[in-house]
Design a protein around this ligand. Structure first.
Ligand code: AMP
Length: 114
């Protein structure tokens, strides 16, 4: 069981900002920006490269929900803005093998990423 499954099961605490039938979102414990939220599907998909056709609506739901959370946090404008990141595998920087989207905001973010 990954740490994210334990958060979903309320076995370990997290600062939850959103939950619905399909996903949960909470503050990252080691924030890389003033706003750093993790959006996690309740279905265990290890990483985006292992999602398949049956996950299509779930993946769409995650992206739409990320936009709604950005709106609620006041960063859904072209003036402020936000970045969504999915790390996949070793070179991608993945450390927790349960698909999650990082939502980063409230500081200028560099491109290309490090
Ligand atoms: P990744 O490196 O893309 O797999 O992202 C995993 C993220 O999970 C990192 O940004 C960690 O800081 C974050 N993280 C690990 N444990 C916890 C936790 N207990 N609560 C919140 N975020 C966590």
């Amino acid at each position: 069981m990954t740490i994210f499954e334990k958060i979903i099961a309320r076995e370990i605490p997290a600062e939850i900002v959103h939950e619905d039938e399909f996903c949960i979102a909470f503050h990252d414990v080691s924030p890389q920006a003033p706003i750093h939220i993790l959006l996690v599907p309740k279905k265990v998909i290890p990483r985006i490269g292992e999602a398949d056709g049956e996950d299509q609506s779930l993946l769409g739901h995650l992206l739409i929900t990320a936009g709604k959370i950005a709106e609620e946090l006041g960063v859904n404008s072209t003036d402020s803005g936000f970045r969504l990141v999915i790390n996949n595998g070793k070179n991608g920087g993945e450390s927790v093998p349960h698909l999650h989207i990082h939502l980063l905001a409230n500081r200028p973010l560099q491109w290309p990423p490090g």
